[in-house]
Write a protein that binds this ligand. Structure first.
Ligand code: SF4
Ligand SMILES: [Zn+2]
Length: 327
């Protein structure tokens, strides 16, 4: 993260190896320094594991001109998109919420990317902002199938999603939003959280598998191209999950559990794994026993790049069977 809080400078820009429809590609991750999630700023206080506020500025300190300047500071460079097939745009909240990213900013961004050779553009949004109207700018500039919208479903189990994660939306809201995505010929990426507060390792694995299956079944019913982004929990500062972690009552998931869920969901559709620990350190991140951490992390990164289960074949460690619920 850049230490600067300059409203004209993005929070993060990174090129990452990835896989798009079976082809190894490079994706560009661009994180706006933005006002961030309106839900997190509401009295509800946001989701229990969300540390995105660290990348935001108060709404009074950031204008739509600043957001456009952030985008242009990278995308105006002649080589900005050279070798890039996919652009992932994050704003620590909902890209489709007018209060967070105005329609003018969205129009500017989609017009620039629509005129490029990029074949995939990813944004994220809570379901309540996914409306035909808020997708107007994207539909005007991007060809069908280019836009992918990430929704933080996290869990298909109401109690887990609503009480443990405090997500603040129900499954009918999710299903209404994905029907809109199908209608405008966009794509879905559903974030699935692995090991929210309140679930032990085995229950967390079960819930992530169940949620992934639900996502693929729902998308299939609508004819909507979809993939699952598995998000193993990291422990960011200033969150409810950190409080439990510091009190010794919470531990991030084992990397073996992450691999187990990937193996379980792989046959059903596209899966990727969130591996950016954002400098939080090994204790606050999914881990093995210490001896196997590097090889497990490397294998998961290789899975993201190649989408081959073969990357897990040679992994082994004495810690693998020492924990209940681990594959
Ligand atoms: S996880 Fe998403 S919806 Fe929840 S508080 Fe964070 S940005 Fe908002
Ligand atoms: Zn180990």
């Amino acid at each position: 993260m850049k230490p600067s809080d300059d409203p004209r400078s993005p929070a993060w820009v990174e090129r990452v190896p990835a896989n798009l429809e079976g082809i190894s590609i490079v994706r560009l991750i661009f994180i706006f320094r933005a006002p961030g999630c309106t839900y997190a700023r509401s009295p509800s206080g946001g989701c229990s594991m969300c540390g995105f506020a660290a990348m935001t500025l108060p709404p009074s300190k950031i204008s739509k001109e600043d957001l456009i300047a952030q985008f242009d500071s990278v995308f105006d460079r002649p080589d900005a998109l050279s070798g890039i097939s996919e652009v992932d745009l994050y704003n620590s909240g909902s890209f489709l919420a007018d209060e967070e990213m105005s329609p003018e900013v969205r129009s500017h961004v989609f017009a620039r990317l629509g005129g490029s050779s990029v074949t995939r553009v990813l944004i994220e949004s809570r379901p309540e902002f996914i409306l035909k109207g808020t997708l107007r700018e994207a539909s005007a500039h991007l060809s069908p199938g280019v836009l992918e919208v990430g929704i933080g479903l996290e869990s298909a189990t109401d109690d887990v999603r609503e009480r443990l994660i405090r997500k603040g939306f129900d499954l009918p809201a999710f299903e209404r939003a994905v029907a809109v995505l199908a209608a405008v010929r966009a794509r879905l990426v559903a974030n699935v959280l692995l090991k929210p507060l309140g679930l032990d390792e085995a229950a967390a694995i079960d819930d992530a598998l169940k949620t992934g299956r639900y996502v693929f079944e729902t998308a299939k019913r609508l004819g909507l191209p979809a993939r699952v982004a598995l998000q193993p929990v990291f422990v960011p500062p200033g969150t409810p999950i950190e409080k439990e972690f510091l009190a010794g009552r919470y531990k991030p998931p084992s990397l073996w559990s992450v691999i187990g869920v990937v193996k379980g969901l792989h046959p059903l559709g596209g899966v990727s794994v969130g591996m950016s620990e954002e400098g939080l350190g090994p204790k606050r991140s999914p881990a093995g026993c210490g001896l196997c951490d590097d090889s497990l992390r490397h294998a998961l990164k290789e899975y993201n790049r190649t989408k081959s289960l073969g990357v897990f074949d040679s992994l082994n460690c004495s810690c693998r069977l020492a924990k209940p619920g681990i594959f």
